[in-house]
Design a protein around this ligand. Structure first.
Ligand code: B12
Length: 222
């Protein structure tokens, strides 16, 4: 089976909540040495996008959404170790505190960002989901973070990103951290309106943009 065929079947596996197919195709990725990040992005995540649209159009409901997420996680158990290995030799690039904001339990995107950031050489403190704004700020202080990453998938939880930035400003420590925002509900306009430093539409862009911004920031300081 070609790489594209495997990717298409990974997408199909998510859309049809077919865990067995997802596992089989994840195995094919490994067996054939196909790119596992591409398989996640163009297969599994694309499947979730389709599932999300179907949910929005009321063609499917919450139980199906949960089944799709479960199918995704099953495939990731096979792909994640291989993606981790791709990290290889790394130099420490910086410290990141990352989580999904209060009231929001979506974790898949945040987990992918964590995985690729770690692969790129960042020390990532993954705070999990439904994270209180003070936990973000206090952890960032404690671990002397370079960046705080805030994920939000729901329109109703977006404000949680602004709340963290507001608390940083009130505490007089806004300049200490790069604030990155992302997740399905976030737009570049929203990111700009709340004064975030970085908006990234996917995990690869998040790694690239943070690395560039930190380089610039460090060059200014030295
Ligand atoms: C899977 C899923 C679920 C699963 C989550 C499982 C889990 N453990 O994560 C479950 C079933 C639990 C769920 C629940 C709900 N969900 Co839901 N869910 C989805 C779905 C289908 C996929 C989300 C996903 O994982 N996408 C794949 C990842 C990889 O994409 P991503 O998160 O966007 O992440 C990428 C980028 O955004 C970026 N990124 C992500 N985070 C960050 C952070 C930073 C700092 C940066 C820089 C970048 C970045 O990089 C990631 C990787 O490339 C979406 C539809 C969609 N297309 O998004 C709906 C969706 C997000 N859910 C939705 C809804 C309404 C709900 C519920 C309210 C449903 C309900 N009635 O209960 C609940 C909310 C519960 C809560 N309080 O949070 C709506 C939200 C609508 C809105 N705009 O408000 C969506 C959009 C579906 C829809 N079209 O209606 N959901």
């Amino acid at each position: 089976m070609t790489e594209n065929e495997v990717i298409k079947r990974l997408e199909d596996a998510i859309v049809s909540f077919n865990e067995e197919l997802a596992l089989e195709m994840a195995g094919e990725v490994i067996k054939n040495d196909y790119n596992p990040v591409k398989a996640v992005d163009e297969g599994l995540v694309k499947g979730l996008d389709i599932v999300g649209e179907k949910y929005e159009n009321e063609e499917i409901f919450l139980p199906e959404l949960m089944m799709a997420a479960k199918t995704f996680q099953a495939a990731m158990e096979i792909l994640e170790p291989v993606i981790k290995e791709m990290g290889g030799e790394r130099t420490m690039k910086g410290v990141v505190v990352l989580g999904t904001v209060k009231g929001d339990i979506h974790k898949i995107g945040k987990d992918i960002v964590t995985l690729l950031m770690r692969n790129a050489g960042y020390e990532v403190h993954d705070l999990g989901e439904d994270v209180d704004l003070f936990t973000f700020v206090e952890t960032a202080k404690k671990v002397n973070a370079d960046a705080i990453g805030l994920s939000a998938l729901l329109t109703s939880t977006l404000a949680g990103q602004k709340d963290v930035i507001d608390v940083l400003i009130e505490g007089g420590i806004r300049d200490r951290y790069m604030v990155m925002v992302g997740g399905g509900a976030v737009t570049p306009e929203w990111a700009e309106s709340i004064g975030a430093d970085i908006y990234a539409e996917n995990a690869q862009a998040a790694v690239r943009k943070l690395t560039d911004m930190l380089k610039e920031k460090r060059a200014e300081v030295s």
